[in-house]
Write a protein that binds this ligand. Structure first.
Ligand code: 3HC
Length: 686
């Protein structure tokens, strides 16, 4: 059956694209649309054409799987031109998410009607691209330069209400989209409405507006190519005739599509979706019903975790040991919501609705109706085991018992219950209501349906989930501790805090290692290492950290750590004590201090990550290399335009990476630098 067909209702032809799951504009769809538009335009019995889609959504864009393959005619820009130039009015009927090329297709139509629940947007920047089928030329003509810049550079879709307000669509459909589109078409015909061709609209930008916008996004879009290319293309729309502007768009699009940035960002797009698929767990596995949630522990982590579920209006019980601790937890959660209200991200009513779902208790018995219980108490194996023993006594049969531990052995925790099949890890990242990553830890006994349900829960609360096996620190923290180890050693060997941080920032990380430690609290790592086996990490790498914490300098929260923080100006300066400590500790350990260049800093930190990432895949802790990339991109802000550590390694060249790791093994010893067997193997295949 063809993916594009026409049905006729009186004098109106309805072209229907049916290419599940998201009606991507594959070659077959493009050919079909081109053919059906021409046939219906030539048909004297057809007075108007409706362009619509079957299934859950209007076209969600170009078919990303076709990128990087030889182009096949007709191209999307070709059919978009054809549609706009026909003499029969064409009306796009939008539902679901009309994104990228899908929205561009709608913009080529003479009119647009949209379901109230639908969204439209140009998210190409998320793939390291710009709209490449006239979106950068048409959208500014329709909604103005600044609004278009916002939509194209942020990539964020907008609601139907907003789309109508800014003039991106002509009408909203409040009930049945097809019926209302047919009525709209008849109205247009009766009114002899002209064919509105967006290309004919002339626009100009307010003086300085484009430059101002470029500066506005400079910080947020640091390192990315696409947002700045998008600005150049929109600038062309505002300053050049339509066809000339289109040439600028095409050139920018073609440069980006083969760039390492877009290849990396497309890799992450598919990696994120693949991460939700677990070999051996059928996607039809019946899921457990999660109607009530409980969180044990009202610290920063527990409160952040709770907010994820309250946001989705799921009833949640929070357990703490004392009434005072509960009161503190209540204020923390209220604080999170008040900050959202103050920033205009939610209304008082929405906040109240979330808070109404929250109950507090000091009694384990009150958790007996919860379907999912997440423990977020102190990071101590004995404390956690006691909690799980109690949970085993009170939790209902079939409840999922999850721990938010960042490092501990969940097999061991599960063994403290009589139902290890129900025990999993749900490892959130701080701040838990904001950070997008969720590590779902599968123990040797975790039931398949518990893991499948956890993946579903991750989706409901808007997280990107990755399944990890049990090992110290799982995927994220195990890799991060190697990265931190090298930063710590470099400090002893002579690099300064700011040199290391600046190098990592320049590589594209949101902040350097020491800024991150100061922000998170240096004491957290110190406490975590107390649970580690002696010899399982390089203790000298963290001696400066230990000394700072011992003297009360735990980072931002105490006013100083690796930096001295000024809360008034939110500025920071390097803490001179750190160098004194580094010199002293280096001397005690016979480490010769020297000048260290930025390349070595980058290679040591990033290649340590890469090597550990390969080991994690080799040991089966991660299901696949791309999962490691997703973890580091979402958990630690590894620059998306580098696609995650293991994709980046491929781009650098595995042989080159291996050679450098071997050099480090010769220089700094094989204990921490033995290359992963998988890396060695894969580098031979390259
Ligand atoms: N091309 C090919 N496959 C696509 C696709 C696309 N544009 N968009 C989604 N898919 C696939 C996904 O890979 C996934 O496949 P899988 O089931 O094998 O894993 C399947 O469709 C379902 O996708 P999701 O799991 O993401 O489904 P959701 O319901 O959660 O989300 C969505 C739907 C909001 C449409 C989301 O898929 C999405 O954001 N898609 C990408 C939209 C996009 O970036 N469009 C621009 C493309 S570039 C372009 O158009 C260039 C043009 O300007 C020339």
């Amino acid at each position: 059956m063809s993916v594009v067909s026409t049905k006729t209702v009186g004098n109106i032809a309805i072209i229907v694209i049916d290419n599940p799951p998201v009606n991507a504009l594959s070659h077959a769809v493009r050919s079909g649309v081109s053919e059906q538009i021409a046939i219906n335009d030539e048909n004297d019995n057809v007075d108007a054409i409706i362009l619509s889609c079957a299934g859950r959504t209007f076209c969600a864009g170009a078919d990303i799987t076709e990128f990087g393959k030889p182009p096949m005619s007709p191209s999307l820009p070709d059919i978009i031109d054809e549609i706009e130039m026909v003499n029969t009015p064409v009306i796009a009927a939008l539902h679901g998410t009309a994104l990228g090329g899908g929205f561009e297709l709608a913009l080529s139509c003479h009119y647009r009607i949209m379901d109230t629940a639908a969204k439209v947007g140009l998210p190409e920047v998320n793939l390291g691209l710009i709209p490449g089928a006239s979106g950068t030329q048409r959208l500014p003509r329709l909604v103005g330069v600044e609004v278009a810049l916002d939509m194209i550079c942020s990539g964020k879709p907008i609601s139907a209400e907003k789309a109508l307000k800014i003039g991106a669509v002509d009408r909203l459909s409040l009930d049945d989209l097809e019926t209302e589109t047919l009525a709209f078409a008849q109205e247009l015909l009766a009114d002899k409405s002209p064919l509105k061709r967006i290309r004919d609209i002339t626009i100009e930008a307010a003086p300085g507006a484009i430059e101002k916008y470029r500066q506005k996004i400079a910080r947020k879009s640091r390192g990315f190519l696409a947002p700045f290319a998008a600005i150049r293309a929109v600038e062309a729309a505002a300053t050049l005739p339509y066809d000339e502007g289109l040439k600028v768009e095409r050139q920018e699009f073609m440069t980006l599509i083969s760039s390492s940035h877009s290849i990396a960002q497309r890799h992450l797009f598919f990696a994120e979706r693949l991460a939700g698929k677990v070999p051996g767990i059928d996607k039809k596995t019946p899921l457990r019903d999660i109607k009530e949630v409980a969180v044990i522990g009202g610290g920063i982590m527990g409160c952040g975790i709770a907010v994820n579920f309250l946001n989705k209006n799921l009833p949640l019980t929070l357990l703490e040991v004392t009434e005072e601790a509960l009161e503190t937890a209540r204020s923390k959660i209220e604080g999170i919501y008040l900050s959202s209200v103050n920033k205009g991200r939610m209304t008082d009513d929405q906040m109240q609705k979330c808070m109404d779902q929250l109950t507090f208790t000091t009694q384990y018995d009150d958790l007996s109706t919860a379907d999912l219980i997440i423990e977020a108490v102190f990071e101590d194996i004995d404390v956690k085991k006691q909690v799980f023993t109690k949970l085993d006594q009170v939790a209902k049969q079939g409840a999922i018992l999850a721990t938010n531990t960042s490092f501990l052995d969940i097999n061991d925790i599960a063994a403290s219950t009589s139902r290890p099949r129900d025990v999993i890890g749900l490892h959130f990242f701080s701040p838990a209501h904001i950070m997008p990553l969720l590590e779902i830890v599968r123990t040797k006994n975790s039931a398949d349906d518990a893991i499948a349900t956890a993946l579903k829960i991750g989706k409901i609360i808007g997280k990107t989930s990755v399944v990890s096996g049990v090992c110290y620190g799982f995927i994220a923290n195990r890799m991060s501790s190697c990265y931190g180890r090298e930063a710590g050693l470099l400090l002893l060997e002579g690099a300064s805090v700011s040199e290391i941080d600046q190098t990592l920032f320049d590589f594209g990380m949101p902040m350097g290692m020491f800024s991150m430690l100061d922000m998170a609290g240096i004491d957290i790592g110190v406490m975590a290492r107390k649970n580690m086996m002696v010899g399982s990490y390089d203790d000298k790498a963290f001696l400066v950290h230990d000394a700072l914490v011992a003297s009360g300098k735990k980072g931002q929260k105490t006013g100083s750590g690796f930096y001295i923080h000024d809360p008034a100006t939110k500025s920071k300066t390097e803490n001179p004590e750190v160098e004194e400590l580094a010199v002293k500790i280096a001397e005690e350990h016979g480490i010769k201090r020297r000048e260290i260049n930025a390349q070595e800093i980058e290679d040591r930190c990033i290649y340590a990550l890469i090597n550990e990432g390969f080991k994690i895949v080799e040991e089966g802790i991660a299901l696949r290399a791309s999962d490691v990339d997703v973890v580091f991109a979402h958990g630690f802000g590894f620059p998306r335009y580098r696609g995650g550590p293991l994709h980046y390694a491929e781009q650098v060249g595995l042989e080159k990476v291996l050679k450098r790791i071997n050099e480090f093994a010769d220089l700094y010893g094989s204990k921490w630098w033995t290359p992963s067997k998988l890396l060695v193997e894969n580098s031979r295949k390259n």
